[in-house]
Design a protein. Structure first.
Length: 179
C-alpha cells in the first residue's frame, strides 16, 4: 500500500498528545514521589513518547532502553517477541516503569515484564501511549494508558509503517480513500 496516496485520518492530534502527556506526567510524578523511578523504554517505537513523557516528570528518574521486535515490517504481529538488546544492570531497589508506544496483543509487554521481574526490581509497572484491548493474545492491562483506541492500524509518533513515518508528530490511521 502506498500510504502517501491515501487520506490520513488523525486519531490523536499533537494537541491531544500534549494535553494527555501533561496529565500522565502529573499522575506519575505523584505516584513516584519518594520512590526510585527507573523508566525502561522499549525501542524503537517508544522513543518519541518516552522523550516527551520524561520531560513532564518532576521526580528524579533514571532512563534506559531495551530493543524488542515483534512485528518485523508486517502489519500483523508475528506472535514472537525478541529482545534484541537488553540491559545488563541489576534492578534491585528500583521502581521500574516499562514504557512503550502501544500495547496490542500484549505479547511484548507481558514478556518484557516477566523478563525484568527476574532482575528483582522493588516494583514494576507499565505505561503505554496507546492501548488496543480488542487485540489481546495474552491477558495484560497496562497500569498507565494515554489513549484506549479501536482495532485500527495506527502510524506516527514513533509507530512505523515499513519502518518509516515514526517522525510524524501525531497518530493517524490510513483510510481506504485516495488523496
Ligand atoms: C510494536 C510496538 C510495541 C509492540 C506492541 O513494536 O512498538 O513494542 O509492537 O505489540 P504487541 O502488544 O502485539 O506485542 P515492533 O515490534 O513493531 O517494533 P518497533 O518498536 O521497532 O516499532
Amino acid at each position: 500500500m502506498d500510504i502517501e496516496k491515501k487520506v490520513w485520518e488523525v486519531l490523536c492530534s499533537e494537541e491531544d498528545i500534549k494535553t494527555r502527556l501533561k496529565e500522565l506526567g502529573k499522575q506519575l510524578s505523584e505516584d513516584y514521589k519518594n520512590r526510585n523511578l527507573y523508566i525502561i523504554s522499549l525501542l524503537k517505537g517508544s522513543f518519541i513518547f518516552t522523550a516527551d513523557l520524561v520531560r513532564e516528570l518532576t521526580v528524579p528518574v533514571k532512563i534506559n532502553f531495551i530493543t524488542t521486535s515483534s512485528y518485523g515490517h508486517d502489519v500483523e504481529s508475528s506472535g514472537y517477541v525478541e529482545i534484541l538488546e537488553d540491559i545488563t544492570e541489576d534492578l534491585t531497589g528500583y521502581d521500574v516503569l516499562v514504557v512503550d508506544d502501544i500495547t496490542d496483543s500484549a505479547l511484548t509487554m507481558d514478556s518484557v515484564v516477566k523478563h525484568l521481574e527476574k532482575k528483582r526490581p522493588a516494583s514494576i509497572k507499565s505505561c503505554v501511549l496507546l492501548d488496543k484491548p480488542e487485540r489481546r493474545k495474552v491477558e495484560f492491562a497496562p497500569d498507565y494508558v494515554g489513549f484506549t483506541i479501536p482495532d485500527k492500524f495506527v502510524v506516527g509518533y514513533g509507530l512505523n509503517f515499513g519502518d518509516y513515518y515514526r517522525n510524524i508528530p501525531y497518530v493517524f490511521v490510513v483510510t481506504d480513500q485516495e488523496r
